[in-house]
Design a binder for this molecule. Structure first.
Ligand code: SAM
Length: 299
């Protein structure tokens, strides 16, 4: 998925140069695109999409230092980072993160085709998680973190008395709402949703294919621990970081991959492991995407 700028710069000459720069970058002329992006910026110096495009063109031309400078300028022009300049910086090995605004806008654009696309990729994280939860529950109060269109909710609904869901993307939440499965849905981050729960009020918190967009999981795991009742369950899928098992990193697929030692350290002394299963989460480019299904019980 790539995002194109939705806004106009307010200057039709700049818009034309920008559109031309995008087109020739698509055709592989990175140097020409960088030149046109710079011309655009002469007309509209504070327009984030042009800085972002300049960064992409320079990265493709192999000038990582100048690309990082351009992405930093995009962040200055768009502090919410809807375009994902932070993610591009992380991909260049610089300090950077996937912003909430970027994730929301990515999935707002993706929502209408999400399920058809994921079905073509043989996506199975919700089915695998539901399977691994089969010997636990039923659950009085469950929260589906990053619920998307509701695939995880559909797999769990029959086993939860009350099921809530949250997601950063309002368009994904709208699709989930149309399923009429959830008792409550909120367009908000999973961290905020968990922190808004009364301590000890949940029996299950589940995140299917969501932590790949989060990176550092300390805040999420801490918030889940606080919201869960003693004996409550945190279940999630991650993509495996086999290169650095004790940490997490951004993969070439622009998703975060988490290491087993890192996950064990997060759980240590707060959760007991119930399930830790190697799994194929989906296919991508004709290849299996390896991951882990984790089920933890709050101590
Ligand atoms: C690949 S989809 C998975 C959706 C659903 N869990 C499923 O299995 O079909 C990832 C979802 O996580 C959401 N997401 C990513 N980071 C999030 C966060 N920090 N808080 C809430 N939702 C988040 C995205 O908006 C997206 O809808």
């Amino acid at each position: 998925m790539t995002l194109t700028a939705r806004a106009t710069s307010g200057d039709s000459n700049a818009d034309r140069r920008y559109a031309y720069a995008q087109a020739i970058l698509g055709e592989g002329d990175a140097a020409g695109a960088a030149d046109l992006a710079r011309q655009t910026l002469e007309l509209v110096p504070a327009w984030a999409p042009a800085w972002h495009l300049l960064g992409r063109a320079l990265a493709e031309a192999g000038d990582a230092t100048a690309a990082a400078d351009a992405f930093r300028q995009a962040l200055v022009a768009d502090p919410d980072d809807t375009l994902g300049a932070g993610l591009e910086l992380a991909a260049l090995g610089e300090a950077g993160a996937m912003s909430r605004a970027y994730v929301a806008s990515l999935f707002d654009a993706y929502a209408p085709t999400f399920e058809a696309h994921l079905s073509a990729l043989e996506y199975r994280a919700p089915a695998l998680l539901a399977d691994s939860l089969r010997s636990f529950g039923p659950f009085a109060r469950a929260l589906d973190l990053g619920c998307g269109t509701g695939l995880m909710g559909a797999a769990l609904r029959g086993r939860c008395d009350w099921l809530g869901g949250c997601d950063l993307s309002p368009a994904m939440v709208a699709q989930a709402r149309a399923r009429k499965l959830y008792d409550r849905l909120d367009a908000r981050s999973l961290e905020d949703a968990l922190e808004a729960e009364a301590p000890g009020s949940l029996d299950l918190a589940v995140a299917a294919d969501v932590f790949v967009y989060v990176g550092a999981l300390e805040r999420s795991v801490e918030a889940a621990h606080r919201a869960l009742a003693p004996g409550g369950i945190l279940a999630f899928s991650v993509q495996d970081n086999s290169l650095d098992p004790s940490g997490w990193r951004l993969g070439e697929d622009r998703r975060f991959h988490h290491g087993r030692i890192y996950l064990d350290r997060l759980a240590e002394s707060r959760f007991a492991p119930l399930v830790r299963q190697d799994a194929v989460l989906r296919r991508d480019g004709g290849r299996d995407v390896p991951g882990l299904i984790m089920v933890l019980r709050k101590i």
